[in-house]
Write a protein that binds this ligand. Structure first.
Ligand SMILES: [Zn+2]
Length: 211
């Protein structure tokens, strides 16, 4: 057996199971239902990984609509009220010349969440179709989606900062709109979807194909 074939063998195939809490390695034959060291239930793969990921993804797609249609920020100044959605906020910043801030908000609030949803959807479908296409690249895509998640909160930070700054100055009254709640939910649901997905499933199909 050379290194090339070794690369396709998963720990599960050689009878090893990892505690996902403390990392202790067990032999499947000796392993009881729980970890010897910390008592966490042992699983070869995250249980119901695909259906859980699908559920979180679908909920995120549904909430993505109100997150963009409903106002994320409501400003009241001298008696007039103005509501801004994510995109109207971005276009307002563009018009007033703050194109760098507009770009950052567009990338963080529109581009990254959509890209992350698309990557996770692609990964789930590719595992369900038992794809053996480039498992290493697909694992990298998964890591990318995981890392990107934390940057989607930038928009919520901007709204929070604006609300705090304006309220201190007392010039106008700014409140977070209902779109902000939906947007926060999309970010959290996408993070949960990424956590529910088990990237080892990508390698299970690749291994079966190499047997
Ligand atoms: Zn453990």
């Amino acid at each position: 057996m050379n290194d090339q074939t070794n690369a396709w063998i998963t720990a599960a195939a050689v009878g090893l199971i990892n505690c996902h809490n403390c990392g202790l390695l067990h032999k499947v034959a000796q392993a009881h239902a729980c970890c010897h060291r910390c008592g966490t239930p042992l699983h070869l793969r995250k249980p119901d990984s695909l259906s859980r990921t699908w559920a979180y993804l679908l909920a995120a797609y549904v909430l993505y609509i109100p997150a963009n249609v409903l106002p994320i920020m409501v400003t009241t100044s001298l008696g007039s009220t103005q509501s801004d959605t994510i995109l109207s906020g971005v276009s307002y910043l563009l018009v007033t010349g703050s194109w760098l801030v507009a770009l950052v908000i567009f990338i963080a609030s529109v581009f990254v969440p959509v890209l992350k949803l698309v990557i996770l959807t692609y990964l789930v479908i590719s595992v369900q179709m038992r794809s053996t296409w480039h498992p290493r690249e697909r694992t990298r895509l998964y890591r990318l989606a995981e890392v990107m998640g934390r940057w989607s909160m930038v928009d919520i930070y901007v709204v929070t900062l604006m609300v705090a700054l304006v309220k201190i100055q007392g010039l106008a009254d700014i409140d977070a709109g209902s779109g902000a709640v939906a947007f926060g939910a999309v970010v959290v649901l996408t993070m949960l979807a990424a956590m529910s997905f088990d990237p080892r499933l990508i390698w299970d199909n690749a291994e079966k194909n190499h047997e």
